[in-house]
Design a protein. Structure first.
Length: 160
């Protein structure tokens, strides 16, 4: 297909204001700010993927395979992330009592402390956003994004 056959205005390809790009930029800005605030609290070298994994473990722990499905990566990738987090004493593994082939990942005391700081940092950032946009607009944004995701998300899991 020749360039002249394309029915798309090249300016549209460079549009920085389309909704998908804005959502991605907002997510990255939030995540970058969160990582920086956690670094200031003494958590060095934590990657966003590691924090995403930690936030999906839950109170009772989670099987490695379920964790991989939940965060949308391969079992091998989850295994590598868990290895790193285990070496830093944020998580531990234990055999699943219902299936000896499976491993359950649980948070350690240090992992729970990190989760507490992650939750506090999220609240701080949301407060900052409220100061910029107004609390009512932040709540409206949360509500509308939730409503949108309930309609368009394939699994409607709400876990990401």
């Amino acid at each position: 297909m020749a360039k002249q056959d394309i029915a798309v205005d090249p300016q549209q390809l460079e549009d920085q204001q389309h909704l998908g790009r804005l959502l991605l930029r907002a997510y990255r800005a939030f995540s970058t700010r969160a990582v920086e605030k956690l670094r200031q609290r003494g958590y060095e070298g934590l990657a966003l993927a590691q924090m995403t994994l930690l936030m999906n473990i839950g109170v009772e722990g989670i099987r490695l395979t379920t964790l991989a499905e939940r965060i949308g990566v391969s079992r091998q990738a989850v295994g590598n992330l868990v290895d790193n987090l285990e070496s830093r004493e944020y998580v531990s593994r234990k055999a699943d009592l219902t299936d000896k082939r499976a491993m359950i990942v649980t948070l350690t005391d240090e992992g729970w402390r990190l989760i507490g700081d992650v939750v506090a940092v999220k609240k701080e950032i949301e407060t900052e956003y409220g100061e910029i946009l107004g609390e009512d607009k932040v709540e409206m944004l949360r509500s509308e994004l939730t409503r949108l995701l309930e309609r368009v998300e394939p699994t409607n899991s709400g876990q990401h």
